[in-house]
Design a binder for this molecule. Structure first.
Ligand SMILES: [Zn+2]
Ligand SMILES: [Zn+2]
Length: 343
């Protein structure tokens, strides 16, 4: 509890890939149904190091994997000071046609909502829409640093749901950074026939093995053939996490007839993929993009964390706010798994 509310906060702002600045920005007091939180921890996401994705929004506050503590709550917010919470950086209206169909990321309200300034700050103001739709109290069993995984894990919950993974499936995960490893952690409980990880870094292959992969394969020229061999003819589901057409093509060459390729990360708008439609048709290969996650997914993710999903083993670095730029450098260079900032 603080008796006098802060009127400014330090925040990490993206100006360019090598230009992340800590700035002091104004902070409004919470109005009706709004909440002011002190950020206790925030994860760094590799998508925030994609220059083409960030540059068009710059300058833009960083951080969308926060866990915080309520400092002050406006009238009707339904949450009390002192409560530890997860807050999503986007929230849907829960009333429009897209929301009624469960397509939360296509709700017009969803993209317009955000934390102010962002998750990578000392304090953030949570707008009414997010307070109502996607502010989740954290149980004592979920630590601050585990709670930074609610948002990324929610994206993986959604990914595996959209992939329609079935017991007995052979599943391959291409790219074993944090998002790939979270897929391994969740997928190993789906009664798969085979769970395979592919990456170019030996330490990530070891991490995937520790997370529960049956087989790990070093990337390289003939890796699609090796995936097909390891899966007895191709994977029923291939999850592609790197942001590249090369990785998507590898996914296509690794998938079994009747299988699905999940595209988990966007590529730049000018990148076009030559889709072999004839082959896709006769092999009945499905392409399944999965973008972000909705409030149903964050609840499921938090439930899995409360059950003890061992995500803290994926944390490789911890910094205070001053270390944010260094943390993003490590993420961009592939030298870190999850970097957590505790402002
Ligand atoms: Zn992210
Ligand atoms: Zn809506």
């Amino acid at each position: 509890m603080v008796l006098t509310l802060p009127t400014t906060t330090r925040a990490a702002i993206f100006y360019g890939p090598d230009d992340i600045r800590l700035e002091r920005v104004p902070l409004a007091a919470p109005g009706p149904q709004e909440v002011l939180v002190r950020i206790r921890a925030c994860g760094l996401c590799s998508s925030e190091t994609l220059a083409w994705y960030m540059q068009r929004k710059a300058p833009v506050p960083l951080g969308h994997e926060p866990a915080g503590e309520v400092v002050a709550a406006g009238e009707g917010a339904g949450v009390a000071p002192g409560q530890r919470v997860f807050i999503h950086h986007h929230a849907p209206c829960l009333q429009c046609r897209a929301c009624r169909r469960g397509d939360y990321v296509h709700c017009q309200t969803w993209r317009g909502t955000r934390l102010v300034p962002g998750g990578l700050a000392e304090y953030a103001l949570v707008p009414a829409q997010i307070t109502a739709a996607d502010l989740l109290p954290l149980p004592a069993s979920v630590s601050d640093v585990a709670a930074v995984f609610v948002e990324p894990l929610a994206c993986v919950v959604k990914s595996l749901r959209r992939a329609r993974v079935r017991p007995g499936d052979r599943l391959a995960v291409i790219g074993l950074g944090v998002m790939g490893l979270l897929h391994i952690l969740l997928a190993r409980e789906l009664q798969l026939e085979r769970l395979i990880g592919v990456d170019l870094l030996p330490e990530r292959l070891a991490a995937a093995r520790a997370a529960g992969a049956d087989d790990v394969l070093m990337g390289g020229e003939d890796v699609a053939a090796r995936v097909r061999e390891a899966t007895g003819g191709g994977a029923d589901v291939v999850v592609v996490t790197p942001a590249s057409l090369g990785a998507i093509q590898l996914g296509y060459e690794s998938v079994a007839p009747g299988g699905r390729i999940v595209i988990f990360t966007p590529v730049p708008p000018e990148d076009l993929w030559a889709l072999p439609v004839h082959d896709m048709f006769f092999r009945e290969v499905e392409i399944v993009p999965t973008y972000s996650a909705g409030p149903n997914d964050t609840r499921e993710a938090l439930r899995r964390l409360a059950e003890g999903l061992p995500v803290e083993s994926l944390i490789s670095h911890r910094f205070d706010l001053n270390g944010a730029a260094e943390g993003y450098r490590l993420v961009a260079q592939g030298r870190a798994l999850k970097v957590v900032v505790q402002p």
